[in-house]
Design a protein around this ligand. Structure first.
Ligand code: S3P
Length: 436
C-alpha cells in the first residue's frame, strides 16, 4: 500500500545529473498510432506511468499485440481497431481517453470508455462534438462526461476550427480523419503541441501544415495507410520542470537533466524562467526521432517576477503549477494570464495552487483566468499540509516548494504522482532531496 502523505524537507542543495522520464504526450501517441498502423512499432524510452500503461492496455483491448522486449515496447497493429470486449478504462488520463476516442471513431465498433473520478469530471464534448460532426454517435448519462459509449463507423472529413487551444482535441479530430473520407482540416488559432502531426508523418501519412495567424492550418487526406515505425521517446519537459525549478530555488544547487524534449510548442516554461533571470543553459542540443532535444542545466540564483503573456499558455499549460512555485521564491509579482484551461485539468489547478501556496505563507490571488503570485525574493514559510485532489502536478509542485521553504511541506494522495512521473521521489532523492 502506498503512503497516505509525502513530506519534503528543506536542507541539502540538489546536485547531480539525471535523465528525464519519457515524454507522456509522445508515449500515448506512439502506442495509439502503433495500434492503428499495420505492422510492428518499436518504442524506446516509453514512459511507464499509470496513464500510459492504461493506454497500452487499451491498445491491446482494441486487438493490437502489445509487449515489452527488453527495454523496448513493441506494438503489432493490424491497421484497424477491433471491437473490444472490455470497458476501456483510461484511469486519470485526459490525453489517453480523448485521443483513443478519436482513433476509435473511425472504426465500426461500439466502445465503452471510463476513467477515475477526476477523469469522470472532465469535459468530453470538446471531442465528442467534432467527432459527431464527422459521423460518430455517443450515449451516456453524465452530460458528455465519462462513463460513455462511443459508436464509430464510416466518417466524413470536416473542417474544424478549435474553439479551445487544445492539442487533445486537434489530435482526436486528426486521428478520426485517418479513416474518414475526404480531407480533414483543423484550424488552430493558437499553435498547440504538434506531436500528433509529427508522428503521423513518421507513420507514413502526408499532412499539409501552413501558418494561419498565430496558429496553423493542418490538412490531411483520409484513407492513407499507416505503417509501423521506430519511435524514440525524448525526456518529458513537463517532468524535467520539477528538478529544474527545485535546483533554481534551493541554495547551492546545480542539476542537469539530460535528453529533455525542447520542441518550441512545449518550452514555454523554460522561456519564462529565463525571463525571470534563471541560470538555465542548454548543452548537447540535437534531434531525436524528429524532435529537438537537449541537456538542461539549472543553477540556484535570484529570480524576479514577470508577466506571463496569455499567448504562451499552450506551450506551458501543464507547467503553471511549478512556475507558481518558482514565482513564490522570486522578487515581485508574477502574473500568469489567460490560463482558464487550467481549471479543467486533472483538478482546478488555479484554485488548488492558490489554496496550497496560501497554506505555505505565499501571497497569492486568483482570477477566473489568471493566477498572481507575489514573492519577496526569499524563501517562503512553507509548513503547509496540501490537499491535491489526486492531482500529480499539484503534489509535485508543492513538494518542490517544501525542499527550499523554511518549514517542511506535506501533500496527500502521493500515489497519484505515478500517473506521470513514477520515479519522481527516487530521482529527487538521488539529487539530495529530503522527501519521505
Ligand atoms: C496534452 C495536451 C494538453 C496537456 C495534456 C497533454 C497532449 O491538454 O494539458 O497534459 O498530449 O495532447 P489540452 O490539449 O487539453 O490542453
Amino acid at each position: 500500500m502506498s503512503a497516505a502523505t509525502l513530506t519534503a524537507r528543506p536542507g541539502s542543495p540538489l546536485v547531480g545529473r539525471v535523465r528525464a522520464p519519457g515524454d507522456k504526450s509522445i508515449s500515448h501517441r506512439a502506442l495509439i498510432l502503433g495500434a492503428m498502423a499495420s505492422g510492428e512499432t518499436r518504442i524506446d524510452g516509453l514512459l511507464e506511468s499509470d496513464d500510459v500503461l492504461a493506454t497500452a492496455e487499451a491498445a491491446a483491448d482494441f486487438d493490437a499485440v502489445v509487449s515489452r522486449d527488453g527495454s523496448q515496447w513493441v506494438v503489432k497493429g493490424k491497421g484497424r481497431f477491433d471491437q473490444p470486449i472490455e470497458i476501456i478504462d483510461c484511469g486519470n488520463s485526459g490525453t489517453g481517453v480523448r485521443l483513443l476516442m478519436g482513433a476509435a471513431a473511425g472504426f465500426p465498433i461500439s466502445v465503452q470508455f471510463t476513467g477515475d473520478s477526476s477523469l469522470q469530471g472532465r469535459p468530453m464534448k470538446r471531442v465528442l462534438n467534432p467527432l459527431g460532426e464527422m459521423g460518430s454517435t455517443w450515449s451516456g448519462d453524465n452530460d458528455g462526461r465519462l462513463p460513455l459509449t462511443l459508436q464509430g463507423g464510416a466518417l466524413k472529413a470536416i473542417s474544424y476550427r478549435l474553439p479551445v487551444p487544445s492539442a487533445q482535441v486537434k489530435s482526436a479530430v486528426l486521428l478520426a480523419g485517418v479513416n474518414a473520407s475526404g480531407v480533414t482540416e483543423v484550424i488552430e488559432p493558437e499553435a498547440t503541441r504538434d506531436h500528433t502531426e509529427r508522428m503521423l508523418k513518421a507513420f507514413g501519412a502526408k499532412l499539409d501544415i501552413t501558418p494561419e495567424g498565430e496558429g496553423r492550418r493542418i490538412r490531411m487526406a483520409g484513407g492513407q495507410p499507416l505503417t509501423g515505425t521506430h519511435v524514440r521517446v525524448p525526456g518529458d519537459p513537463s517532468s524535467a520542470a520539477f528538478p529544474i525549478v527545485a535546483a533554481l530555488v534551493t541554495p547551492g544547487s546545480e542539476v542537469t537533466v539530460e535528453g529533455v524534449l525542447l520542441n518550441p510548442l512545449r518550452a514555454g516554461l523554460f522561456e519564462t524562467l529565463r525571463e525571470m533571470g534563471a541560470d538555465l543553459t542548454i548543452t548537447n542540443a540535437r534531434e531525436e526521432s524528429g524532435e529537438p532535444v537537449g541537456d538542461l542545466t539549472a543553477r540556484h540564483g535570484p529570480l524576479r517576477g514577470v508577466d506571463v503573456p496569455a499567448a504562451r499558455a499552450p506551450s506551458m499549460i501543464d507547467e503553471y503549477p511549478i512556475l507558481a512555485v518558482a514565482a513564490a521564491f522570486a522578487q515581485g509579482v508574477t502574473r500568469m494570464n489567460g490560463i482558464g484551461e487550467m481549471r479543467v485539468k486533472e483538478s482546478d489547478r488555479i484554485a488548488l495552487m492558490a489554496t496550497g501556496l496560501a497554506a505555505c505563507g505565499v501571497v497569492v490571488a486568483e482570477e477566473p483566468e489568471a493566477l498572481i503570485v507575489t514573492g519577496t525574493g526569499s524563501a517562503p514559510r512553507g509548513g503547509g499540509s496540501v490537499t491535491t485532489h489526486g492531482d500529480h502536478r499539484i503534489a509535485m509542485a508543492h513538494l518542490v516548494l517544501g525542499l527550499a521553504a523554511n518549514e517542511p511541506v506535506t501533500v496527500d494522495e502521493p500515489g497519484m504522482i505515478a500517473t506521470s512521473f513514477p520515479t519522481f521521489e527516487a530521482l529527487m532523492k538521488s539529487l539530495g532531496a529530503q522527501i519521505a
